[in-house]
Design a binder for this molecule. Structure first.
Ligand SMILES: [Zn+2]
Ligand SMILES: [Zn+2]
Length: 160
């Protein structure tokens, strides 16, 4: 990730907070920056652990509440997770997810064709669609390796 890219995201974050009347405190900025650094769609707990090194007095509750506020004003997104733990990410541009069912890792990928996915009419009838995302569930390379399969091709799921 380039410095310019980060700078733009932080600038966008600050602007968005201002528009929504959210005060930009050093703590809030630190939480956003931490989330930017973590490319793993972390849970609030993971963000808290990571930021506690720099801000030892910050509580889990503060981090969790701050993340939810960020999601409310749209500077970050919550990610669907099958374990029931809410996870967060700063990338609000269209993209899709690979979800490893073993380690829980969520990996981003882009595919313009998938961005154009058609939402069925019967869904649109009773449901306001805000966005679509494809989630591919499977086993990541690392987890497949642990199971004794070092050379599982991307997208491949070991059988046995
Ligand atoms: Zn995995
Ligand atoms: Zn993502």
């Amino acid at each position: 990730m380039s410095d310019d890219y980060t700078k733009n995201l932080v600038a966008g974050f600050i602007e968005r907070c201002r528009k929504n009347g959210l005060k930009i405190t050093p703590q809030r900025l630190a939480i956003f920056r931490e989330l930017l650094k973590m490319q793993i769609h972390p849970s609030a707990d993971m963000v808290h652990k990571s930021i506690a090194e720099e801000y030892p007095t910050i509580s889990f509750d503060t981090v969790n509440r701050t993340l939810l506020t960020f999601a409310e004003i749209g500077v970050i997104e919550t990610v669907e997770s099958h374990s029931g733990v809410r996870r967060f990410e700063t990338d609000t541009a269209p993209h899709h997810h690979l979800h490893c069912v073993v380690c829980g890792q969520i990996i981003d990928f882009c595919d313009p064709e998938l961005d154009e996915i058609r939402v069925p009419d019967q869904v649109r009838e009773g449901f306001t669609v805000l966005g679509t995302r494809v989630v591919i569930r499977g086993i990541c390379r690392k987890c497949a390796g642990v199971a004794g399969k070092d050379t599982v091709p991307v997208g491949g799921i070991p059988h046995e």
